[in-house]
Design a protein around this ligand. Sequence first.
Ligand SMILES: CC(=O)SCCNC(=O)CCNC(=O)[C@H](O)C(C)(C)COP(=O)(O)OP(=O)(O)OC[C@H]1O[C@@H](n2cnc3c(N)ncnc32)[C@H](O)[C@@H]1OP(=O)(O)O
Ligand SMILES: N[C@@H](CCO)C(=O)O
Length: 312
Amino acid sequence: MPLIIPKTLPAYDALYEENVFVMHRERALSQHIRPLEILILNLMPTKIATETQIARLLANTPLQVHMTLLQTASHAATHVSAAHLETFYKTFDEVKNNRYDGMIITGAPVEKIDFEQVDYWPELCEIMDFSETNVYSTLHVCWGAQAGLYYHYGIRKQLLNEKMFGVFEHRVTRPSNPLVRGFDEVFYAPHSRHTGISREDVLNCKALRILAESDEAGPFLMSTENGRQIFVTGHPEYDKYTLDAEYKRDVAKGLPIAVPKNYYPEDDPAQPPLFRWRAHAHLLYENWLNYYVYQNTPYDLGAIKRVEHGEE
Ligand SMILES: CC(=O)SCCNC(=O)CCNC(=O)[C@H](O)C(C)(C)COP(=O)(O)OP(=O)(O)OC[C@H]1O[C@@H](n2cnc3c(N)ncnc32)[C@H](O)[C@@H]1OP(=O)(O)O
Ligand SMILES: N[C@@H](CCO)C(=O)O
């Protein structure tokens, strides 16, 4: 919970300016006696692994967070049991009249095909439109980020010559932004994708800010000024062995796949990988929940207003 101190205490203004999570008693009393409502659109075929990874990161907070899992109706998943989806997942029809403090749109292994060839593209467009009207802040991950950048800003993904695969060094480019509060100046994050976006396209988009990037992997974390649309090009939620499983899966299939970079000691896949991104994954999700969602979302979800692009 935030530190509740009187607004007139000198520490209040000083800490508020530093984006330290303080609240005065009147504001604390007037709001947030309900859990944060977070919707997860899980587009990954590895649904259970992904929902567990995201839940782990969302749980790292004393805030009460209520997570709702969403599946697509226009594509029937084949790598998870229908019973699991039936029990734990909703469809867009069931949630489209609700409002949410936050939404996460995951990655998906469809980046080599055009957006319009993805079975659920029209449904995803509807959900992304809903993110502008019915959700306070939406975090897009990997292909989800590419889809969001294309849908909202017309930024196209580009096929890479070789898969961006491994754990890469990143640097914070806007240290004052609350999403990267507490980040080391240099940090690591995993990537696993065949496509990327151009840095120039992002810089040319007036609505977007690059908050962290990598010389090798490109822009990593982007946001609108007000944090209502956030894009992460890597997979901070991945577990220690997720890249290892993807690598060994492709080797077993006889695919021409390079060893993931900076992941195994001495680049030796026989050795256990190094987990070097976990702390920053937790920090990113915690900052998102604390600074963008909890502190800015209206107490009355009905008061969420459509994202005004001119206001970004
Ligand atoms: C760029 C990013 O966002 S990275 C995120 C994606 N990463 C991952 O998916 C990693 C984990 N995935 C995997 O290891 C593999 O996909 C596996 C092992 C689960 C399945 O592999 P395969 O059986 O070879 O199938 P394939 O790789 O073609 O994947 C099929 C998945 O692709 C997706 N897909 C493929 N074509 C389409 C399409 N036209 N429209 C929508 N989804 C499609 C589906 O999600 C499908 O899984 P589902 O039927 O369970 O929903
Ligand atoms: N992360 C994905 C990339 C393919 O979309 C995988 O290796 O399965």
